[in-house]
Design a protein around this ligand. Structure first.
Ligand SMILES: Cc1cc2nc3c(=O)[nH]c(=O)nc-3n(C[C@H](O)[C@H](O)[C@H](O)COP(=O)(O)OP(=O)(O)OC[C@H]3O[C@@H](n4cnc5c(N)ncnc54)[C@H](O)[C@@H]3O)c2cc1C
Length: 376
């Protein structure tokens, strides 16, 4: 988010002075590098659908747009498709979402249960009534996207500083800059908080309280006798998802309500055997034989109000802009978010109106949900 915003600012005004502060330039624990890199138009909120459609358009030309000195960042788009399996209880929400996605130009189709069983046997299940398939959804390489934006931003004049921002400097009505752990102060009229899962702690140093928590999410890499050839990613009603990787290798992930909160990257394999696997096999018996190869844990920056991004200037502090609370679907949103924040900061009319995702709703306590009453 930080690098995409820096790029969009400088692409619009090369005379700006833009500094990106990053405490760990290896990005080892950043959610971006620990994400699955999945992109999809299958959301139920108009803003999220439009954000994804724009993101996919950007990814088509990313290698050329972000070219620097002849180097083209290759995002390796893999359009394996995303298939959301639907049971009777979820049919209405799925059909409503599908109609909205299609009305906005999303290429998503309904498959009946027997079509799914015929085309994708490992996803056969006697409880599903069908599924929604976005054939053009897929996965891209987060590392290429991150470094594509970073290198391009640097080429346009951005300065990257290695350091931890430990205080949000302000005079209580407007920001004045940040202080780093080294003691150095960077003065600024505008500060963009793009600290991901660390957002709440950093904002607290400026007496701003944001309902964003770092929640541990673990993804397991498994090998099965099932071939991934021609298989889309599968999203089950339970929330378990499968992403085909190579030959017989799949990623298996799940967001559980009791996933621990904190800055902990431990992989608990027993969680796979005790929780993920039984739920997976209950829905998809074909996955009853598998081997866990490895796994990794990253952090979701969960917006506990409504599970959606918080974008824009904090109403109670001039110059403080937020790109926070992406709740597990932010990687694909960096393109639209970077552009939107740059437009807001520069006072330009937004190409995509994302004002419903503005921070005023946090102060008002009025959620903007993907599904009525449900955080996904
Ligand atoms: C397991 C997993 C799977 C995911 N899968 C997907 C997916 O398939 N599709 C999708 O769209 N999204 C996915 N996400 C979500 C996605 O990764 C995030 O929403 C997105 O990457 C957030 O980007 P960001 O720039 O806000 O945060 P980050 O990438 O975490 O970047 C924040 C940066 O700020 C730095 N930082 C923090 N505090 C400070 C400080 N005080 N001073 C200086 N630097 C600081 C950190 O070091 C970090 O590099 C997934 C997330 C996880 C954990």
């Amino acid at each position: 988010m930080g690098s995409a915003t820096a790029y969009h600012l400088l692409a619009r005004d090369s005379s700006l002075s833009v500094t990106v502060v990053e405490k760990d330039p290896t990005y080892r624990y950043s959610s971006t590098l620990l994400s699955d890199g999945n992109v999809r138009v299958q959301f139920n909120l108009e803003e999220n659908i439009r954000i994804s459609l724009y993101g996919m358009e950007v990814l088509e030309h990313f290698a050329d747009t972000m070219e620097v000195n002849g180097v083209h960042p290759e995002v390796s788009m893999r359009r394996q498709g995303n298939l959301f399996l639907v049971e009777e209880a979820g049919r209405h929400a799925a059909e409503t979402g599908l109609a909205l996605q299609r009305s906005l130009g999303g290429d998503v189709e309904w498959l009946d249960a027997d079509e799914i069983a015929a085309a994708y046997p490992p996803y056969a299940n006697d409880r599903i009534v069908g599924g929604t398939l976005g054939r053009f959804d897929g996965s891209v390489d987060p590392n290429a996207v991150l470094h594509g934006y970073r290198r391009k931003a640097v080429s346009l004049g951005a300065t990257y500083v290695t350091g931890e921002a430990v205080v949000l400097l302000n005079d209580s009505t407007r920001v004045t800059g940040v202080r780093l752990a080294s003691g150095e102060t960077i003065s600024a009229d505008v500060v963009v908080n793009a600290t991901g899962a660390w957002a709440k702690d950093f904002l607290a140093t400026g007496a701003v309280d944001l309902p964003v928590l770092p929640v541990m999410r673990t993804v397991f890499v498994v090998e099965t006798p099932l071939s991934t050839a021609g298989m889309p990613s599968g999203f089950l009603s339970s929330g378990v998802y499968l992403i085909p990787e190579s030959a017989h290798t799949w990623l298996v992930g799940w967001s559980l309500p009791d996933d621990p909160v904190g800055f902990d990257f431990t992989v608990h394999r027993d969680r796979f055997y005790d929780r993920y696997w039984p739920a997976l096999v209950e829905d998809l018996p074909a996955f009853d034989r598998l081997r866990v190869v490895r796994g990794w844990t990253g952090l979701y920056a969960v917006n506990t109000l409504d599970g959606n991004a918080i974008l824009g200037e904090w109403p109670e502090m001039k110059g403080l802009f937020l790109a926070n609370g992406f709740s597990g679907h932010g990687f694909q949103q960096c393109h639209a978010v970077g552009r939107y924040l740059a437009e807001l900061i520069l006072g330009l009319p937004p190409e995509l109106d994302l004002s419903r995702l503005g921070p005023q709703r946090i102060l008002d306590g009025t959620p903007v949900l993907e599904h009525a009453g449900r955080i996904i």
